[in-house]
Design a protein around this ligand. Sequence first.
Ligand code: TYM
Length: 339
Amino acid sequence: MRVVSGIQPTGTPHLGNYLGAIVNYVKLQDEAHASGGECFIFLADLHALSMPHIPAELTAATREMVATLVACGVDPGKTVLFNQAQVPAHAELQWLLNGTARMGWLNRMTQWKDKAGKNREGQSIALFTYPVLQAADVLLYQATHVPVGEDQKQHLELARDIAQKFNNDFCPEDAPLFTLPEPYIPPAAARIMSLRDGTAKMSKSDPSEMSRINLVDDADTIMKKIKKAKTDPEPLPSEDAGLEGRAEAANLVAIYAALAQCDVAKVLSEYGGQGFGTFKPALGELLIETLAPISARFLELKQDREALDAILARGAARARERGVPTLDAAYKALGLVRG
Ligand code: TYM
């Protein structure tokens, strides 16, 4: 079992990142550790160059993201925790894979289309080729399990396509180089939506602070955001089917289910027939209970810059070492001569 995933150190991590991905980093890290496998979690700082950014903010956000992940339970004793910029093999393998990835494949990426909008000509090349770097990230470590939210599924499918084509084009049939990675997506929390609009995903880039719960929000802020979350006037239904066409209600119930680690049906069996006047405070309490220890730990860890840098340096050294065999084999398969 090889678990690999990444998170961009931009903006403040939110509940969507936590329930969609970070919870599963911790779960799979523990499973990998118990079964003799390995887990690699990295800060995708090279990916952050795809959008305009302020260098000093990227540096600070990178350290803060390490503190966040550790506060959430990513254990540097069990997981190789690092940032891409310290492991040049990610960028090197991306270049090698650029010969295999096709323009048409990248043109179909919905994230590219969404982020570029009508101004494709004005975007950075990094935004377009971003999914090839993401493929390199996971293929470098021969990932088997990639914990991500639903929005990254298409990028993982692309990574599989690139791996498959490279294996077909450059490897003997009985000795493929790359393992095909599988996305690991949580059923209830695959796509946590904005608290202001049930049709848009909760996102770091949403201009409205009220649209998301940040992992470091204090108890009052969390309760205020949940109480102000957009809903409809109907009480909650008693069965799943009753949530159809009620995106905002469905989102709040899904968040509750993910936090309580139960399914939606169980939440509805408890709250069916009740209004949001009852449900929202219960959800707010559950969120505060889950996030309070995380933000307390984060604030403590954040103070110790040296300790955070040491975690990254140790992780990067390990990652550099673990990536060598695959990178070397990729150069060789392509017929590139190195000293
Ligand atoms: P990023 O930084 O946007 O998000 C990090 C993780 O959080 C998940 N996520 C969500 N899950 C559920 N609901 C939401 N509203 C929500 N918002 C974000 C994302 O799916 C992701 O798992 N391209 C990636 C980073 C990356 C990566 C990789 C991931 C780079 N290389 C290799 C996996 C493997 C990204 O920008 O994630």
